[in-house]
Ligand binder design. Structure first.
Ligand SMILES: NC(=O)c1ccc[n+]([C@@H]2O[C@H](COP(=O)([O-])OP(=O)(O)OC[C@H]3O[C@@H](n4cnc5c(N)ncnc54)[C@H](OP(=O)(O)O)[C@@H]3O)[C@@H](O)[C@H]2O)c1
Length: 319
């Protein structure tokens, strides 16, 4: 990284980790912006010699600021690497044809590289395919702990303490529902980036059902064994009878997208579920999986894995 000049937007958990890593790698930090410096961005980019911009801001505005940063940067011909998902969930219509111009591997799955993996697997087009996954490390961590007998309150505080949770939660219900908003964005990003030809969807069409206090109490009962699973299928599959619906949508290009809390305890059907903060993607290709079953596991949250994915993407970037 010696000789590279990079800019970082966001000085929180991810931004500060990027700062530390780039400094350690010998890169020059050309700028390190917080919210109040957004107005300077376009003029800063006109200065010579910025090799890459790193975007690490939260989605508090349905991705409007993030989309603006991405557009400004790609229009200036400077690659930008984002771990924010609102831009590709709510504004994908602007970026669908410009995906090769910026990096977004860390927007879903932290360091797991789910998006490039799935894009590659889907390249040939598939008639029959079932994709299932866990794409929110925080919820997986919390409900994995709960399935082992830890209380929901203790598991949630620990997830916050470890820095996994999205910013802004004020209590357990708002934490969990905030993560559901995160998952619905990720489902859209995955669809928009890796599955659809032209169609883009936004979280508005998923119409996410947020949990009530009573539902949270039921699925948060220690040992109850619920986990949030997202699926993308070419045929509508029946929900488990004891599943709790979170979202579902049928796209114009023939994908059925479902998010549901399933009761996984002791069921061999869900033996593939990851532990802790891990994410997983399970892809079954061909009728009844005749063309193979593939699994990708990895750390789905945390500053270390997320920033490594962003830096790796930059290091292997080809114009
Ligand atoms: N933490 C993780 O494990 C993880 C994993 C994968 C992806 N992500 C994603 O990474 C992003 C950042 O997460 P984080 O945990 O680092 O958040 P964070 O700790 O809350 O930090 C957010 C930072 O963004 C800045 N910011 C907000 N709006 C801005 C704007 N318009 N222009 C410039 N700076 C702005 C804030 O600046 P001020 O202080 O000036 O308000 C703050 O420094 C989120 O989109 C999150 O979903 C996080």
């Amino acid at each position: 990284m010696k000789g590279k000049r990079v800019g970082i937007i966001g000085r929180g958990k991810i931004g500060s980790s990027l700062y530390e890593k780039f400094t350690g790698l010998g890169a020059t930090i050309a700028f390190y912006y917080g919210r109040s410096e957004e107005v300077l961005f376009a003029s800063t980019l006109r200065e010579n010699g910025i090799d890459g911009v790193f975007l690490a801001i939260p989605t508090t505005d349905k991705g409007i600021s993030a989309a603006r940063y991405i557009e400004t940067s790609v229009n200036a011909g400077i690659p930008i690497f984002t771990c924010e998902k609102g831009a590709l969930a709510y504004h994908a219509h602007k970026f669908k044809k410009r995906l090769p111009e910026f990096g977004y591997s860390a927007a879903v799955g932290g360091g797991t590289m789910i998006l490039p993996y799935l894009t590659q697997r889907m390249r040939g087009g598939k008639q029959e395919v079932t994709i299932r996954g866990v794409m929110n490390g925080t919820l997986n961590y919390i409900f994995d702990q709960v399935s082992r007998g830890v209380t929901l309150g203790a598991a949630s505080s620990e997830a916050e303490r470890l820095g996994f949770a999205e910013p802004g939660a004020t209590n357990v219900l708002s934490l969990i529902n905030g993560e559901l908003a995160d998952v619905s964005m990720k489902a859209c990003v995955l669809h928009n980036v890796a599955l659809s030809h032209e169609e883009v969807i936004t979280p508005d069409v998923l119409d996410t059902s947020y949990l009530s206090d009573e539902e949270l109490e039921a699925i948060g009962e220690p040992g109850s064994g619920y986990r949030l699973v997202i699926s993308f299928t070419k045929r509508l599959k029946k929900e488990d009878s004891d599943a709790i619906h979170v979202f579902s949508h049928a796209t114009g290009e023939g994908w059925y997208i479902q998010g549901q809390f399933v009761r996984a305890n002791g069921s061999s059907r869900y033996a593939w579920l990851p532990v802790g903060v891990e994410n997983v993607l399970v892809v079954e290709e061909g009728k009844l999986g005749i063309d193979g079953r593939y699994r990708l596991y990895g750390d789905g949250a945390g500053a270390g894995p997320t920033t490594s994915a962003m830096i790796n993407e930059f290091a292997s970037w080809k114009k």
